[in-house]
Design a protein. Structure first.
Lengths: 139, 103
C-alpha cells in the first residue's frame, strides 16, 4: 500500500515545508517530489528513493532527509518523519494510512554546515507535529 | 472516532506543478526514471541475497564490510556506492550491466 505525503502546519497556519519547496528552483522542487513519490510507493524498510533519501542519526535520530544538490552546488535538504502505526493509532492521528510527514526544508551553500540551532528548529517543528492528535497538516 | 483528515494536499500540489510547469514536469519524470533504476538494482541484489539463503551479516563478511553497513545499504539509510553494488553483485554471482535503450 502506498503511503500518503502530508505537510506539517504550525499553530500560526504556516507550512514550513511547502514554503520551502515553493522557494526552490523548479528542478529542485521536482526532484524532491520524485524522491517522495518513490519512497511513498516503496516505504521503509524497503530500499527506496535512489539514494537521496537517508535516515538521520544522533540528535536527528527518527528523522529522514532528502539530500539534493541544486544550482551553484547549493545543498537542499527536506526533513521528514514517518508517521506509521496500527490502524487504530493512525485513525487517532486522522489518517487512513501511514504518512510521510514533511516537516521543513533548509538550504546552504556548498562547504558550509547547518548549525545546531538550525537542526533544533527542525526538531521543534517535528515535535510539534508529533505532539498533536489529530495531526495538524496543510489541507 | 477521530475524523479523517484531508491528506490530498501533496497530490494536488504535484498535479498542479506537473500541469503548469514544463521544466518541473520534465525533471520530475527524468528523476523518477533514474530513481527507479537505482532502487531496482538494490532491490534485485536483496532478492538475490535471499535466494542464495545468505544473511546480511554473511554477505557483509563476504565483501569485508561491517554487518551494519550492509543493513543500512538495503534499507536506504545510506547512499549506495557503486563499488559496494559491484562487490555485492560479484559475491551473489551476478553483475551490474548498463543496457542502452534501443533506437
Amino acid at each position: 500500500m502506498a503511503w500518503g505525503v502530508v505537510y506539517y502546519m504550525t499553530n500560526a497556519g504556516k507550512v514550513p515545508a511547502e514554503e520551502f519547496l515553493d522557494s526552490c528552483p523548479a528542478k529542485v522542487d521536482a526532484r524532491f517530489a520524485a524522491v517522495l513519490d518513490a519512497v511513498r510507493n516503496a516505504p521503509p524498510p524497503q530500499f527506496s528513493g535512489g539514494g537521496y533519501w537517508e535516515a538521520m542519526h544522533g540528535d536527528m535520530g527518527g528523522y529522514y532527509e532528502i539530500r539534493l544538490t541544486g544550482p551553484g552546488r547549493r545543498q537542499y535538504r527536506l526533513f521528514c518523519v514517518l508517521d506509521n502505526g496500527s490502524p487504530k493509532e493512525l485513525r487517532k492521528r486522522g489518517f487512513a494510512r501511514p504518512q510521510i510527514a514533511v516537516i521543513a526544508g533548509m538550504v546552504k551553500d556548498s562547504g558550509t554546515k547547518f548549525t545546531n540551532r538550525d537542526y533544533a528548529r527542525v526538531r521543534k517543528l517535528g515535535s510539534e507535529y508529533l505532539g498533536h492528535l489529530p495531526r495538524r497538516i496543510s489541507v | 472516532m477521530a475524523r479523517l483528515l484531508d491528506t490530498t494536499k501533496h497530490d494536488r500540489r504535484l498535479a498542479r506543478r506537473l500541469k503548469e510547469d514544463p521544466e518541473f514536469r520534465a525533471e520530475f519524470e527524468r528523476q523518477r526514471r533514474q530513481i527507479a533504476q537505482i532502487d531496482s538494482v538494490v532491490r534485485q541484489l536483496d532478492e538475490l541475497r535471499k535466494e542464495a539463503g545468505m544473511s546480511k551479516a554473511e554477505l557483509a563478511r563476504a565483501i569485508g564490510r561491517e554487518p551494519s553497513s550492509i543493513r543500512r545499504f538495503f534499507t536506504a539509510d545510506v547512499n549506495p556506492e557503486l563499488k559496494t553494488v559491484a562487490a555485492i553483485a560479484d559475491v551473489l554471482d551476478a553483475r551490474v550491466e548498463v543496457i542502452p535503450h534501443l533506437a
